[in-house]
Design a protein around this ligand. Structure first.
Ligand SMILES: Cc1cc2nc3c(=O)[nH]c(=O)nc-3n(C[C@H](O)[C@H](O)[C@H](O)COP(=O)(O)OP(=O)(O)OC[C@H]3O[C@@H](n4cnc5c(N)ncnc54)[C@H](O)[C@@H]3O)c2cc1C
Length: 341
């Protein structure tokens, strides 16, 4: 029997699973509750920016990312018009959540983790030894919704594309198996369409007709369709619940492709204080204080910068301004992508 104090993780997305796995490698007893099961599709653009080799090595993620595609450039579109192709400071990784989450879950179990799927903890409150990685906080008043679908062998201009529409933006990211993830953030509208067809209807409605036509002609995997409503972005690291990680702690706008890296980086930052707690060297309060301080230090600037830029990707007058800057190569996105590392 382990003499280490146990850790309970609520939420088996990337933050919870990678933390659970890293703790298991140090022999800490871990119970992980996940409301859903694996594999499963999720609303996510499925490209990862800003995940560096240090984090990959410290969390032992290399085997799970080995076949991820490497996107070196991103092509920006305003409406149906290509505006600019931008080289990324470091390649973004393209891999589906369907594959990635399932691989991590399997490794967690193989490492001796106690994974309880279809186990939703009703209203999980913070308590010693419990980490909340329950994903984005819902805001019912938010008009923003996310839609995602995999298209098979969809012709693309680049392996990563970002399309700005009216009160919407949509990413195309190639992932494994000749699939292209089509995922967008849209202001909610009343549209008469259902399931996968609703994504096509939204593309049309927000002025992305070329993309809608391209997607309309491609084979689509209906099982991959996922949707989420009430998406909100909080630019601050949550201080009311000190033991939170990933989106539950702070959510960066999706256009950055940095939410998944932040989930992993949060797990990496949590490792030392949680090991201190498990070994009896730190009280729970001291471990949480240290975790919060490190999360704030690491994420504050990127959250604030992304929040500042976000309206420029969504609102037509600001999109035109952004597009003009982009054409004149004064693109404020490059410094942002550099900040994400
Ligand atoms: C439209 C959109 C596009 C995006 N595109 C990208 C992108 O291209 N690149 C990128 O890096 N990021 C992207 N993101 C963000 C990214 O998906 C998240 O940042 C990332 O998934 C956060 O991981 P997480 O582990 O914190 O949460 P999640 O992956 O959401 O996992 C949380 C888990 O907790 C479980 N759970 C919740 N409540 C309970 C409970 N009470 N009991 C038990 N289990 C519970 C849920 O079932 C879920 O599995 C996008 C987000 C949106 C909305």
């Amino acid at each position: 029997m382990s003499s280490l104090r146990p850790i309970e993780i609520v939420g088996g997305g990337l933050a919870g699973l990678s933390l659970g796995l890293a703790l298991r490698r140090e022999n800490v007893p871990v119970v992980l509750h996940e409301a859903g099961r694996y594999p499963r599709h999720r609303v996510c653009g499925e490209f990862i920016t800003g995940l560096d080799a240090g984090t990959i090595a410290r969390l032992g993620l290399q085997p799970f990312l080995a076949d991820a595609l490497q996107h070196r450039e991103v092509e920006w579109f305003l409406g149906d018009q290509s505006v600019r192709t931008q080289r990324l400071p470091q390649p973004a990784l393209g891999l589906s959540r369907y594959a990635l989450d399932a691989r991590l879950a399997e490794a967690f179990v193989a490492a001796g983790g106690d994974l309880r799927v279809q186990s939703r903890l009703a209203d999980p409150t913070p308590q010693p030894g419990r980490i909340l990685s329950t994903g984005r906080r819902r805001c019912h008043r938010s008009p923003w919704m996310g839609l995602k679908l995999h298209a098979i062998a969809l012709p693309v201009h680049r392996s990563l594309e970002l399309h700005l529409g009216e009160n919407a933006y949509v990413g195309l990211s190639r992932v494994e198996g000749d699939r292209v993830n089509v995922c967008g953030l849209f202001r909610r509208r009343e549209l008469a369409a259902k399931n996968g067809e609703i994504l096509l209807a939204y593309l049309q409605a927000c002025g992305l007709s070329d993309l809608a036509a391209r997607l309309g002609q491609a084979a689509r995997d209906p099982d991959s369709f996922s949707a989420v409503a009430g998406v909100a972005f909080d630019p601050r690291v949550s201080s009311d619940a000190p033991a939170t990680l990933g989106d539950a702690c702070a959510m960066i706008p999706p256009f950055t492709g940095n939410g998944m890296a932040m989930a992993f980086q949060g797990a990496e930052l949590a490792l030392a204080p949680l090991l201190g707690y498990a070994r009896g060297e730190l009280s729970w309060d001291a471990a949480c204080t240290r975790l919060q301080r490190d999360l704030r230090r690491n994420f504050r600037v990127r959250l604030a910068s992304a929040e500042l830029l976000h309206p420029f990707l969504l609102q037509p007058p600001r999109q035109r301004w952004l597009s003009a800057l982009t054409r004149s190569r004064l693109l404020p996105l490059r410094p942002l992508y550099t900040l994400l590392h």
